[in-house]
Design a protein around this ligand. Sequence first.
Ligand code: CP
Length: 320
Amino acid sequence: HRDLLGIGQLERHEILFLLDEAEQWVALNRQRSKHVDALAGLTIINAFFENSTRTLLSFEIAGKRLGADVVNMHAAQSSVKKGETLIDTAITLNAMRADAIVIRHGSSGATGLIADKVDCPVLNAGDGQHEHPTQALLDALALRHALRERGEAADDFTGQTIVICGDILHSRVARSNLLCLQALGASVRLCAPPALMPVGIEAMGAEVFHDFDAALDGADVVMMLRLQSERMSGQFIPSAREYHHLYGLTKIRLAKAKTDTLVMHPGPMNRGVEIDSDVADMIDRSIITRQVEMGVAIRMSCLDVLTRRARGVEGWGDAA
Ligand code: CP
């Protein structure tokens, strides 16, 4: 593949390849000196049409640690505000001879549209309700590390029951994680109020729950998602209090799962709504900050692998 537009485009062995490649960057990132010259001379443009903290910063840090020149385009300060179209923006970035473009956009499929117009690899940093592939990859890497620290083999997630609970309807993270976790052998349970569960999602092989306590029974991992109020229009918007009562992860509720169930959240968190602070901050169970750490390594892996063809380096780019 030239681009990384979604987990749906990847085979299981390609997901594992990106995770395995990330291990060298996890090790590098834990050293005092974190710089290599693998991407020296390349220019990476991060074009973000939606807000971001984790994804934008970790792509920027990833590109810089690999030695690339990295520039960020924030839509709010760009000529998009003067009416420039997405296509014209893409053609403009392409004319600047970027070697990779990382895009976040509020419309599903926008990253694919841009990929059709440019000559370099495009990496999807989240497009509407469609996919957020690097989030799913970093989640898999964080989970793999946590399971290995517990002495489990964790080459993949066979035998693991993973609950994803929250606003599944609007969540690109849920979609990418469902595809990724299933590809790696996990059983995935999706839990949401009926109005926030996509119709027919069972066809993707997930078990659907509307009762969070039932979903947690026997779960090895629970991944919480926030309510995406900014994507809700005229539909069910539960009050924070009501939502927390039915779907918030509290210590009491977590006790209904296994004694060692791991807690994940892609961020940003709304503490006291979908997750309580005393759960989010549990040292032995929550791997939320580990997810952020792995975000840099997985983005280094993706940038490295996707630019190999342009650099004349053999790798996935040639094999796939
Ligand atoms: N998880 C995630 O995508 O966070 P940001 O929106 O801060 O990038």
